[in-house]
Design a protein around this ligand. Structure first.
Ligand code: PMP
Ligand code: GLN
Length: 414
């Protein structure tokens, strides 16, 4: 075994997807919708597979199928307020996951530090370590809830002095994830400016994971850090068609950024994955073309999806309150974190184990409460959230997720 694999062998998804299949519970941990993708996308896929363009079954350009990089450059050019070159400012990846992996491999050397904001999407830490880097953690800290009110993800904030103290000459990059998985926090412009100023001051890169960019609720604005002063040149913005169009199984993602950074991502990509599924890229390009034409209009999927998801969020908040949890209302994403401290006496201790309470709680739910919605935990670095559980906003109707359908029909997929 190569040294780079030491300490990165455990994976929360592998463990819990398997548990979900074994106990036939609904998987509310892994971020994928239980409703179908939009018709326009399914129809485009059928056309792509059966149509005249048989070349869609063959290899395409390594760094992104031309129609896809063109429309991504057009759309993100508009959103970032600058002209983008589809060939050098955009690269398509196998999901946002590969985009993240390429970034850490391409920019992080032995001894480099990468700042990660807690709580965070689990893969950042092992990916930094595999590149030889050292993760440096900075927590979002909760403000005490106001009397009787539920907390919002906006109540979780960075302490500016604490954040500044994490930057040094060893800092290579900071990973930003807004909207944040799992809190659902949508960073405000002021919060992003704080991060941006520190990046500029310390000449650090920003790896900006924006896979939930369209899933923002209550009229909040998703601000792209690459659009802030001094940031374009040092930011790689990462997106996911899986999250954008509710097709997580297609694994189409992308990076957008300056050529000085993307050239290194291309080197990484051409020496590993080389290129991504052509037909899926073609269909995602058509989806974006449609959305580009309808941008901001009521029939845009980017307008409709968050509207529907916001209702589901509100239902889930009510259900969790009804069973005695204290949900933290997310401003965006599929996720919701809830305080489960009320249940401590119900969940048995595991003798001789230092397994944290959230993990024991989630397993107890899966094994003992299969007729209730199964809540799946994810462990985050840092002990400051020991009684918090992240669950997924997903129920497609009426909040009834008790039918026991399997997340994947075939446990081999685990
Ligand atoms: N970043 C975050 C924050 C995510 O939640 C996910 C998926 N859950 C990804 C990246 C990976 O996205 P993809 O499925 O496109 O690889
Ligand atoms: N994409 C999933 C999420 O957070 C899990 C990541 C994965 O599939 N490895 O929800």
């Amino acid at each position: 075994q190569a040294r780079r694999l030491e300490g990165v062998d455990k994976n929360i998804w592998v463990e819990f997807v398997k548990l979900a299949a074994t106990y036939s519970t609904v998987n509310l941990g892994q971020g994928f919708p239980d409703f179908p993708p939009p018709d326009f996308l399914k129809e485009a896929f059928t056309r792509a597979l059966s149509g005249e363009k048989h070349m869609l079954h063959q290899y395409t350009r390594a760094f992104g199928h031309p129609p896809l990089v063109k429309i991504l450059a057009q759309l993100f050019g508009k959103l970032l307020g600058r002209e983008l070159d589809p060939m050098t400012n955009v690269m398509v990846t196998v999901g946002a996951y590969q985009a993240l992996f390429c970034c850490f491999q391409a920019f992080v050397d032995e001894g480099d530090e990468v700042i990660i904001i807690e709580p965070f999407f689990d893969c950042y830490e092992p990916m930094v370590k595999m590149a030889g880097g050292t993760p440096v953690f900075i927590p979002l800290r909760p403000k005490a809830p106001k009397d009787g009110k539920l907390m919002s993800s906006a109540d979780w904030q960075l302490d500016p002095a604490e954040l500044a103290s994490k930057f040094s000459e060893r800092t290579k990059a900071i990973v930003l994830n807004s909207p944040n998985n799992p809190l659902g926090k949508v960073f405000s412009r002021e919060e992003l400016e704080l991060i941006a100023d520190l990046c500029v001051k310390h000449d650090a890169l920003c790896i900006s994971d924006e896979v939930y960019e369209w899933l923002v609720y209550d009229g909040k604005e998703h601000v792209r850090i690459a659009s802030l002063r001094g940031m374009w040149d040092r930011t790689v913005s990462i997106g996911s068609a899986g999250k954008t169009f509710s097709v997580t199984g297609w694994k189409v993602g992308w990076t957008v950024g300056p050529n000085r950074l993307l050239q290194h991502l291309r080197t990484m990509h051409q020496n590993s994955v080389y290129h991504c599924a052509t037909a899926a890229q073609e269909v995602v390009a058509q989806g974006f073309q449609r959305e580009f034409e309808r941008y901001g209009k009521p029939d845009s999927y980017f307008v409709q999806l968050p509207k529907e998801m916001q209702q589901k969020r509100d239902q889930l908040v009510q259900s969790l309150v009804a069973v005695g949890m204290k949900p933290i209302i997310p401003e965006g994403t599929y996720f919701l974190v809830a305080d489960i401290s009320e249940f401590k006496s119900d969940v048995p201790d595991v003798p001789n184990s230092d397994e944290p309470y959230d993990s024991r709680f989630a397993k107890w739910m899966v094994k003992n409460k299969v007729n209730a919605s199964a809540l799946f935990h994810r462990i985050y670095h840092g002990v400051f959230v020991p009684s918090l559980l992240a669950v997924l906003i997903r129920a497609s109707s009426g909040g009834n997720t008790t039918s026991g359908q399997r997340p994947h029909p075939d446990p081999v997929l685990v």
